[in-house]
Ligand binder design. Sequence first.
Ligand code: GLN
Length: 546
Amino acid sequence: MPTESVTEYDPSLGRKFVFVTGGVMSGLGKGITAASTGRLLANAGFDVTAVKIDPYLNVDAGTMNPYQHGEVYVLKDGGEVDLDLGNYERFLDIDMTFDHNVTTGKTYKHVIEKERAGDYLGKTVQIIPHITDDIKRRIREAAEGHDVCLVEVGGTVGDIEGMPYLEALRQFAHEEDDDDILFTHVTLVPYSKNGEQKTKPTQHSVKELRSIGLQPDILVGRCGDPLEQQTKEKIALFCDVPTDAVFSNPDVDDIYQVPLVVEDAGLDQYVMEQLGLAEEALPRDERENGWRNLVTQETTGSVDIALAGKYDLEDAYLSVHEALKHAGLEAGVDVNALWVDADEMTAEHRDRLEQADGLVVPGGFGARGTDGKIETVRYAREEGVPFLGLCLGFQVAVIEFARTVCGLEHADSTEFEEETPHPVIAILPEQYEVEDMGGTMRLGAHETDIEPGTLAHELYDSDACTERHRHRYEVNPEYIEQLEDAGITFSGRADNRMEILELDDHPYFVGTQFHPEFRSRPGCASPPFVGLLEAVVDRAEREVSV
Ligand code: GLN
């Protein structure tokens, strides 16, 4: 088997790598465990970044339905990526780029394009070394300039798709200094019927790892409760790690508590010691503790926010849920998100809508659920319920307003009804000739000018904002005057594109063509979300005082 490596690297750069693999089953939250560890390393003064490996053949997540992998997260540079990158951005408070998401599609496409260009002339192009070299190159490039790079391999050890990555990691470890690399394996520790914590699944997945030449340095057991000492000892013995390298990751109410759990268990300290970073770390009392303060602060009450969309899956709107949480932290309230099925709109869902203190219509594609979304907007507008429309939610707000207030019968988006007599939402001019579906929307960060004296200006406290986009349609410029004459204010614009809308005679009615949820962070909540919750709290206080 050819083993030559063409990757050039400079070990003197001193970067450290924490590889995170998963065992037994997916969905154990290894990304959250990794991101939490990263948060703690950042608190200790290190510059931390992350790479997410997705072993699927899609070049990016942009062409996938949210039922497959949850929401498509959008990066500043327009990369459409796995939602785990959103968690890394939120936990580490960093902006990542498309290069931080390595997929099989991207890697193979690149290598095949090079083959066609003749870059490997005379050679047989193979998974080893060409694909594995490309994987290693991508990881090293993403880590450039940072102290620590977390590398999470999606899926579970043993998946056929993941094999080239694990082989690449094996080579990577062989090429770098031992104390620059740490392998962390996150597995499931289930309970037997008689309440015993079972280690066999962990043993099997570690056996699988070792059969491909990888020995984990740290094992993290996901279990309902903390691992018992006896369980840890058993895992240590059979998986050949010290007992103090076995950590628990028990269930918590909220993922933002995981860094606290990880810190209390000493996982961050162990990682720093193993990577030779412990001496450089800030002393404990000088470490950033904003996260702990934020997560443990008292709230003054709770509010119900209904989310009217078409996917009955929290992950499909993950960043919206997170942004609501961040705004809740800022407004001092807990947020209960209520799911409203805009497609079915049964009596139960309509009740939820009416019970909610505030309403959100999130982004989306396609006509399914549009009627329910329009109904939600109308209810919010007519009943004075605080409302936030995001991307498609913004467009639906325009459609509802055009139909009901401007009297434009059957006004619609050409995305849903090509033959509409009033195409108030129409395809972006630059999309006329676009045929490919992957990576071709208006994507990523673009600046919006904000009109002084408007609510949007108050929210952002600025003449401009830069937010992330992902859309193909926009407000049709031919209808702007008519809509504004009837009472909509387009308070944010990017040249002649309408980016923010608001209504004057309403407690809070705001829509954004962009997705503010992607820039929301704990401790730095997104202004339109904070505005929504403040309006909800104000309204509740007014009702109490009446
Ligand atoms: N489907 C709409 C468009 O393409 C909205 C997109 C979205 O909500 N992300 O413009």
